[in-house]
Design a protein around this ligand. Structure first.
Ligand SMILES: O=C(O)C(=O)C[C@]1(C(=O)O)C=C[C@@H](O)C=C1
Length: 285
């Protein structure tokens, strides 16, 4: 099977792929939408993309593309610890404090904001498509003293020197990656051995109805359904129009979740199941 992921080589997303898909053929793509399009077009069997980071929150492009553009079910989830390092070309290792610019993925820059503020104050930072793309850029431009924020594998892959380790501002830095597939025969529970399931719903509220969100939450509350996330995202139809992404800590069953969905629909809500999938935590402390 082929697995598309946010590349180039040595992104955190590739680390997630390596952890769960040994024996699969990895295919790097430059952007998250390209990974998802590749699944829709049958170029790859699966895609792995980042969805949420413990410090910076949701990866909006993933959520938005999944809810507004493509219809691909979430079939699995992998959560990994994230360790960010500052790296430069070996020729500039002695002078890293004089770097003229720091490059990385916007989420990685946000995870290291305190470090950048205190140790590289005034140095501009610029976001690129991934942490590994930043490392690749640093490799290709030794004559410029620039730095990348990326992982250890990227330093090895692109021959860079790590000049400061673990520069993420909080220790408990983790990212959730989702596995997307249209094929019905892919069984992540069998592959991962996971028995922990989650279900993700997209809920739109009836317009201008006072207390609608309260009623939505109560449909889950009285059934004692455990929610691990609720987040609003713009419908992109006008100011004030939002939908909700709700994560439930259980597998889509035949009674409780369908009962809650029926109650929400009776309230005038729109409900779509984005996936019910096994979840794996790797190396969490
Ligand atoms: O740039 C990468 O290496 C990625 O895999 C993307 C990504 C993200 O989108 O959050 C993944 C994990 C880290 O949180 C930082 C960046």
């Amino acid at each position: 099977m082929n697995v598309g992921y946010l590349g180039p080589k040595a992104t955190f997303t590739e680390l997630a792929v390596k952890k769960v898909f040994s024996g699969f053929t990895p295919f790097p793509f430059q952007t998250i939408p390209e990974c998802m399009d590749a699944v829709v077009e049958g170029q790859v069997d699966l895609a792995v993309v980042p969805l949420e980071n413990a410090l910076e929150g949701s990866v909006n492009i993933t959520l938005d593309y999944l809810t507004h553009v493509v219809q691909i079910p979430i079939v699995g989830e992998v959560t990994l610890p994230i360790k960010q390092h500052l790296m430069v070309h070996p020729e500039n290792a002695e002078n890293w404090q004089q770097v003229s610019r720091v490059y990385s993925h916007s989420h990685a820059i946000a995870q290291c904001y305190k470090f950048l503020h205190h140790h590289l104050k005034g140095v501009p930072f610029e976001s690129v498509s991934s942490t590994a793309a930043a490392a690749q850029l640093v490799k290709e431009t030794p004559m410029q003293n620039i730095a990348a924020i990326a992982n250890e594998l990227a330093a090895e892959e692109y021959g860079l020197s790590i000049v400061k380790r673990n520069i993420h501002d909080f220790d408990h830095n983790h990212t959730r990656f989702v596995i997307l597939a249209t094929q019905k025969n892919f069984d992540f529970a069998a592959l991962s051995g996971s028995t922990h399931w989650k279900t993700t719903l997209m809920v739109t509220l009836p317009s201008n109805q006072a207390g609608a969100l309260h009623q939505v939450l109560s449909a889950f509350a009285w059934r004692k359904l455990d929610l691990s996330k609720i987040e609003s995202r713009p419908m992109k139809t006008g100011i004030g129009n939002y939908f909700f992404i709700i994560d439930l800590e259980m597998k889509l069953d035949e009674v409780l979740i369908p009962g809650a969905i029926a109650e929400l629909e009776a309230l005038g809500c729109g409900v779509k199941v984005l996936g019910s999938y096994p979840s794996v935590n790797i190396g969490l402390d």
